[in-house]
Design a protein around this ligand. Structure first.
Ligand SMILES: NC(=O)c1ccc[n+]([C@@H]2O[C@H](COP(=O)([O-])OP(=O)(O)OC[C@H]3O[C@@H](n4cnc5c(N)ncnc54)[C@H](OP(=O)(O)O)[C@@H]3O)[C@@H](O)[C@H]2O)c1
Length: 254
């Protein structure tokens, strides 16, 4: 499949559904070989089969990003089976819902284990391999408007996504002369499994009416910014967080 990313190999974490599956399809459409990873193996296998049927190259792998010891071996399999590692999409994420006074501490820990520690470990293991191969690496961390905006009832999630934003800058600085661009994409709300039960509720409907454009976004609203960060155009972009949110994080409701 010819495209902007022909000859590149990408890994997407949390690709069993939602935005991760969408990002994997875009990467494949642009010609990258794509390793799709998640805990739900049947779903990434189905996605890899779909990409191959469309003429792309894809590999499905089980990967729990909270299992730090599993990340390096998974990336080694990608390199062995797809021939390299140029792009990492750190997409795996969990919601960490609950008011601060009530949220179970296990839920808080899970948000940080997956969203922050998982992002860090995957970035570090990918960077080691990108540096060893001398590729112009691209790491795209999927942050959120929660990286810079208070979202109601989501303090654990907001804290974790703010950490993702700062990790992005710190890693970009450390690896600036090692040929790796590290950036973050901060989407606004898009309906996926992470939030689907919220929107039909009274609170969800109230929140929707406070967005300046009174609507959720679609996954493909992210495509141009995503490809900017994942591809060759990020040559001079590192340590940046690009917000694509349809104005949802603008202050002032009503
Ligand atoms: N939807 C939005 O409005 C929105 C907005 C801004 C940012 N985001 C971010 O976008 C990313 C994707 O979210 P989504 O909306 O697509 O939600 P989703 O449909 O719930 O998908 C979350 C993905 O993360 C994976 N995941 C969860 N825990 C994991 C773990 N321990 N190891 C590996 N994978 C894990 C899940 O796969 P398995 O369960 O199969 O492992 C799933 O594929 C998240 O980082 C989220 O914070 C979403």
């Amino acid at each position: 499949m010819p495209g902007r990313l022909s000859g590149s190999t990408a890994v997407v974490t949390g690709a069993s559904g939602g935005l991760g599956a969408h990002f994997a399809r875009i990467l494949a459409r642009e010609g990258a070989a794509v390793a799709v990873t998640a805990r739900r193996v049947a779903m990434v296998e189905a996605l890899a089969a779909e990409i191959r049927e469309a003429g792309g190259r894809a590999l499905a792998l089980p990967l729990d990003v909270a299992d730090a010891d599993a990340v390096g071996p998974a990336l080694d399999r990608v390199i062995a089976e797809l021939g390299g590692l140029d792009i990492l999409i750190n997409n795996a994420g969990v919601g960490g819902e609950g008011l601060a006074l009530d949220v179970p501490i296990e839920e808080f820990d899970r948000a940080f284990a997956v969203n922050v520690r998982g992002t860090f470990v995957c970035a570090r293991e990918a960077a080691k391999r990108m540096i060893a191969s001398g590729t112009e690496g691209r790491i795209v961390n999927i942050a959120s408007i929660a990286s810079h905006t208070v979202l109601p009832g989501l303090s654990a999630y907001c804290g974790s996504k703010a950490a993702v934003a700062m990790l992005t800058k710190s890693l970009a600085r450390e690896w600036a002369r090692k040929g790796i661009a590290v950036n973050a994409l901060a989407p606004g709300y898009i309906e996926t499994d992470i939030n689907a039960t919220w929107w039909p509720t009274e609170g969800g409907q109230r929140q929707l009416k406070l967005f300046p454009r009174r609507r959720l976004m679609d996954a493909d609203d992210l495509d141009d910014a995503f490809l900017l960060l994942a591809g060759p155009s990020a040559k001079r972009i590192t340590g940046s967080l690009i917000t694509v949110d349809d104005g949802q994080s603008l202050p002032g409701g009503g």
